[in-house]
Design a protein around this ligand. Structure first.
Ligand code: ME8
Length: 512
């Protein structure tokens, strides 16, 4: 980590020729959970997302709609921003590559690398896939088509500026070898290592066949290649080439770029070599997550199976969607989105396990003590087991969060939910309530149970901010006391607190 109490993370910047779908929501959501967790651990967090607005793909999409590229971008960017609001995304900045601050940074890094002699003018002849904005050599093509998306490619010959990427091959290999965590997960790292070992070619980084982009400094016949432009967003947002009141020196190098596996090579080969050439330190880590299919099929407009996040949030609630996306699939692996799986998770994990725990605990406290929490008495063996489990698990969860193993972190939190539910069964409050002599013991059981609920509320907050806040409110916890870093130890609920009977947190979804 670059600095102990600062944390900088980023999503990819999304193309504006498409409207946001569940895949975009997934990456942004994962970053949000990590950002919230780090804040709860006392870090100052810079969390960047934004939109990638230049390039031929966007220019063509705008033409097809009879708009200018900027009109298209202005329209689509609102769709992204309103979805992020609705998903409770806590980004601290939103960069658009059409902004002046970005243009300045891109031209500056171009000039910087050119001044060092690592950019030269040459001629390019290769096969170009416009949907992927990628050049391919003849041998890369599959039956003449793009090896990534399968669509036709065009032969392009043009004057082009080149970046001496080949020069950085050994330095990049050495960096990846010396920093085992630089590319995650491990399988992705191996994939990139073998790609680099096959040999890096110099990279064409300008185009003359269209104009929607940032002009090459001193030669505006050329616009800068959209990936050279887009990747620079991670530093332009911090004010590069300036320090932006200390932002750049505080947050760079970035702690983690979170991306989908589709854009790994751009982030772990192109971007680090650009930075090496410019003399800028490399990001600490690039984490590539897997790909979502929908009901077993690739998401595509032609199949009309694109999952629209707004609709899902309206139907099931924002926290249920946040929970499902990060619980269902190990971060880093591919996964399948299905309505059956979503409804199952909501009913079993949220309504049944968590929702019932909160309802039962608060209902019993009201039934037996009119809602008033009493001081816990002597600690028995089963109390100790519960407390130890919570204390240990907080550390286990922290390890999972550091590793971006969101599903494991949730699994571990749900083990606590299970332990608390089991504690109810083992301590059988309904039996204790029958004997006056057990009154103090019953009070202790209630205290432990609600303390367990408090800790669970804190731990779920980064994943489900509304649910975490609701649990805090039910328990009468001051929101200022919800910072995980200072409140993750057992026994902080104040005796004497009045806690009302909770309404169900998650209504069950009826299925046929
Ligand atoms: O690639 N499953 O933008 P983009 C999971 N502008 N994640 C998915 C997904 C799916 N089915 N579909 C998309 C670009 N994603 C460039 C990035 S960064 C300097 C420039 C997510 O709009 C995933 O994070 O095509 C993927 O990397 C990203 O959307 C691609 O978004």
């Amino acid at each position: 980590m670059s600095d102990e109490k600062h944390f900088y993370l980023s999503t990819p910047i999304y193309y504006v020729n498409d409207v946001p779908h569940i895949g975009h929501a997934y990456t942004t959501l994962a970053c949000d959970v990590l950002a919230r967790y780090k804040r709860a651990r006392g870090y100052e967090v810079s969390f960047l997302t934004g939109t990638d607005e230049h390039g031929q793909k966007v220019e063509k999409a705008a033409q097809a709609k009879g708009e200018t590229p900027l009109e298209l971008a202005d329209r689509v960017v609102k769709r992204f921003q309103s979805l992020w609001d609705k998903l409770n995304i806590s980004n601290t900045d939103f960069i658009r590559t059409s902004q002046e601050r970005h243009k300045l940074a891109v031209q500056e890094i171009f000039r910087n690398i050119e001044a060092k002699g690592d950019i030269y003018l040459g001629e390019y002849e290769d096969w170009y896939c416009t949907p992927c904005e990628t050049f391919w050599t003849e041998t890369n093509l599959l039956d003449g088509n793009c090896p990534d998306c399968g669509r036709p490619t065009d032969k392009l010959k043009e004057e082009s500026y080149f970046f001496r990427m080949s020069k950085y091959q050994e330095q990049l290999l050495a960096h990846i070898e010396a920093n085992p965590d630089f590319i995650q997960p491990k399988s992705r790292r191996n994939e990139i290592l073998s790609f680099i070992r096959e040999g890096l070619r110099d990279l064409s980084i300008s185009r003359t066949t269209f104009s929607w982009g940032i002009p090459v400094p001193g030669n505006d016949k050329h616009v800068i290649y959209v990936w050279f432009d887009a990747l620079t967003n991670y530093i332009s947002a911090l004010g590069y080439p300036n320090d932006n009141d200390g932002e750049f020196s505080k947050f760079w190098p970035c702690d983690v770029h979170v991306i989908g596996k589709d854009i790994l090579r751009f982030h772990t080969v192109y971007w680090p070599t650009f930075l090496m050439a410019a003399g800028i330190p490399l990001p600490e880590k690039v984490f590539a997550h897997g790909w979502w299919t929908v009901e077993g099929q690739k998401m595509s407009k032609s199949l009309a199976n694109v999952v629209e996040p707004n609709m899902l949030i309206d139907k099931y609630g924002v926290d249920a969607i946040r929970y499902f996306l990060l619980r269902e699939v190990p971060f880093g692996l591919d996964g399948d989105f299905s309505h059956t799986a979503l409804v199952h998770r909501i009913n079993s994990d949220l309504a049944n396990d968590l929702g019932n725990l909160v309802s039962r605990s608060t209902a019993m406290l009201n039934k037996y003590f009119e809602g008033e929490l009493t001081s816990p008495g002597e600690t028995t063996d089963i109390d100790k087991v519960l407390q130890d489990k919570f204390t240990k698990q907080v550390k286990v969860i922290d390890g999972h969060m550091e590793a971006l193993a969101f599903n494991k972190a949730l699994q571990s939190i749900w083990e606590l939910v299970g332990a608390a539910n089991k504690y109810i069964d083992d301590s059988a409050p309904w039996t204790l309530a029958k004997e006056d002599a057990q009154r103090e013991r019953l009070g202790s059981v209630m205290y432990n149970l609600l303390e367990a609920v408090r800790m669970i509320g804190l731990l779920v907050t980064p994943f489900m901010p509304e649910t975490g806040a609701n649990i805090g409110k039910i328990l009468g916890v001051d929101p200022a006391d919800q910072l995980l870093e200072d409140h993750d130890s057992w026994g902080l609920l104040k005796p004497g607190t009045i806690i009302e009977k909770a309404t169900p947190l998650f209504p069950r979804i009826e299925t046929e």
